[in-house]
Design a protein around this ligand. Structure first.
Ligand code: AMP
Ligand code: MN
Ligand code: MN
Ligand code: MN
Length: 292
């Protein structure tokens, strides 16, 4: 894990965002330019299951004076549920990490074929070619199918595409054996990175299950939890913070390191604009782990 210099500019930190390397709309260069104009000083690019955008993002970051950290948002599982685990400050050359990425590339390719088959059975001819075209060189995901369904005039917008065809329990919701939480944490840590539980409030869990997930994540050696993902209701943030403190005590930790990010995917979504979230006073930021 690369050390962050003591004088690194941590004025505005965003540790979760997406480019065209996965399901974002902006190229890595465009994304970093936008981050710069939003005042972001430290940015982690965390595309789904790929580091494909990193080199371009870093190049633009060097030109514009934005520090770009290598990151990735790994598709993972907790029991039967799909969860996301962000790896921050990973070594992009790590063999273990490369293997974890290659495995997910295959799982995504196979899933795309199955999603397309099912959509075609529903009469949506050309889904695979259409989604692949929209994914371009990036890793393919459900959002590319959603955008294709919109472009082909089958549905008005991506949100409806998920609601009708791609979301939980719908025809295109193909189950994938993503690697389990423990294995995902291990892949990230083998690459010297910090494993961060992404957006714990977005899995639709009851409070009891959320507590259990946090406990399992921290109990399995997870490094940090995303306390803020995009613009968040302050009451929810406070409650999550309290829950984290209580779970931390149970797992024998004095505190839990916290991460923050926008989960930016595209312009015109002000609730997840780059740099839109800041950690509250008094929490231990994940970047403390990277100081020498
Ligand atoms: P995948 O990684 O291919 O399973 O696709 C998951 C991605 O789809 C998430 O990272 C979001 O960017 C996007 N997504 C999930 N649910 C929705 C939704 N209801 N509407 C629009 N986009 C969604
Ligand atoms: Mn996404
Ligand atoms: Mn996610
Ligand atoms: Mn994300």
């Amino acid at each position: 894990m690369k050390a962050l210099s003591e004088d690194a500019d941590l004025d505005l930190v965003d540790l979760h965002c997406h480019s065209t390397a996965s399901d974002g709309i902006l190229s890595p260069a465009q994304l970093v330019s936008r981050a710069k104009s939003q005042g972001v000083t430290l940015l982690a690019l965390t595309d789904h299951d790929t580091l494909g955008g990193l080199a371009e993002a870093r190049q633009t970051g060097d030109q514009l004076g934005v520090s770009v950290l290598p990151g990735i948002e790994f598709s993972s599982r907790w029991g039967r549920r799909q969860i996301h685990i962000v790896g921050l400050n990973v070594d992009p050359t790590s063999t273990e990490l490369r293997e974890a990425i290659a495995l997910r590339e295959r799982l995504r390719r196979e899933r795309a074929e199955r999603i397309a088959e099912r959509l075609e059975q529903r009469g949506f001819a050309g889904a695979l070619a259409g989604a692949r075209r929209l994914a371009g060189d990036g890793v393919i995901g459900r959002p590319h199918f959603a955008r294709w369904l919109v472009q082909a005039g089958h549905v008005e917008d991506s949100a409806r595409a998920f609601k009708r065809y791609l979301g939980a329990g719908k025809v295109g919701d193909v189950k994938v054996d993503w690697p389990q939480l423990e294995e995902t944490i291990a892949s990230i840590q083998a690459a010297g990175g910090s494993a961060v539980l992404a957006h714990p409030l977005k899995y639709g869990l009851t409070r009891t299950l959320l507590r259990r997930l946090l406990g399992d994540f921290l109990g399995s050696g997870g490094d940090a939890v995303e306390l803020l993902c995009g613009r968040q209701n302050p009451v929810q943030t406070r409650e999550l913070r309290q829950l984290l403190e209580s779970v931390a005590a149970e797992t024998g930790r004095s505190h839990v390191h916290c991460s923050v990010g926008s989960d930016f995917h595209q312009p015109e979504q002000p609730w997840r604009e780059l740099g839109c979230a800041r950690l509250p006073e008094g929490v231990e930021p994940v970047w403390k782990l990277w100081h020498t």
